[in-house]
Design a protein around this ligand. Structure first.
Ligand code: ATP
Ligand code: MG
Length: 255
């Protein structure tokens, strides 16, 4: 078990509330969340639909701001920054992977990955070089000129991983990255994320799939906007749920 206590906290959420008013009723999408995530961790955020997972992820990703509470990313108080400054932090420090890949259909694989580097102010040559490197890192060398529609779902997700990695982010945030993939391809994407974590990348992943969450090093379970469990994956799933393989999937489909 890796020792994480002494590492620097990368993400520090303190008493975070996100409250929506719908007519007379109030939805507490985040209800007093305090959470620390250190460098090098692989955290799975789990919970039922509507429990507040994406709300947390969007706050961590500076895509949304809390109603109250403080958020420090690498020691910097993000809630005090302007929109432009938050956008800059997103580009510099955060890499996003989404369920639907969010690739730009009209751009090639290379252009999609390169686009994420435009904001970094790098010269064109260096952008192309870095993008090519990440594309080959995810096993897609030779597909640089393909359009997303000319790739399988798993390959498109790998392009989005290459795009997330290109900016050399401090944290990779993935909201249901395997949600649209079959079980074998999900496994490949998961193995790739695990490899990135072993290389030192910090990963925060949302998943509905216990088999996937069981492979993270730490599991955070949310319910009604609150953290109801936070601990090692072995404790979250004592009966070690196997990751979804072909047989596992068949059993699910049969039930
Ligand atoms: N813009 C909004 N306006 C009002 N309520 C919202 C808004 N966004 C989210 N909510 C509510 O906040 C709660 C948490 O939503 P959230 O999207 O974080 O859930 P989730 O855990 O990601 O769910 P899922 O697994 O379905 O993606 C839900 O009750 C949702 O209806
Ligand atoms: Mg969600």
């Amino acid at each position: 078990m890796k020792k994480i206590e002494n590492r620097m906290p990368l993400i520090e959420l303190d008493e975070i509330y996100k409250i929506y008013h719908m007519g007379d009723s109030e939805v507490r999408a985040a209800d007093g969340v305090t959470l620390r995530i250190c460098e090098g961790e692989f955290v799975a955020i789990v919970g039922q639909s509507g429990s507040g997972k994406s709300t947390l992820m969007n706050i961590i990703g500076c895509l949304d701001v809390p109603t109250t509470g403080s958020y420090r990313l690498k020691g910097e108080d993000v809630s005090e920054l302007t929109d432009d400054e938050q956008a800059e932090i997103r580009n510099k420090m955060l890499g996003f992977i989404f369920q639907q890949y969010n690739l730009i259909p009209k751009l090639t694989v290379l252009e999609n990955v390169e686009l994420s580097l435009l904001y970094a102010g790098l010269p064109a040559e260096e952008r192309v070089e870095r993008a090519r490197l990440q594309i080959s890192r995810v096993g897609l060398a030779g597909k640089e000129k393909n359009l997303p529609s000319q790739l399988s779902g798993g390959q498109q997700q790998r392009v989005s991983i290459a795009r997330a990695l290109a900016g050399n982010p401090s944290v990779i945030l993935a909201d249901e990255p395997t949600g649209a993939l079959d079980s074998r391809t999900s496994r490949e994407v998961l193995d790739f994320l695990k490899q990135l974590n072993e290389e030192g990348n910090t990963i925060v992943l949302i998943t509905h799939d216990n088999g996937i969450a069981a492979e993270a090093t730490r599991v955070v379970r949310v319910s009604d906007g609150k953290i109801v469990f936070d601990g090692p994956a072995e404790e979250a799933f004592p009966a070690a749920v196997p990751a979804p393989g072909p047989q596992h999937r068949k059993a699910e489909e049969a039930s």
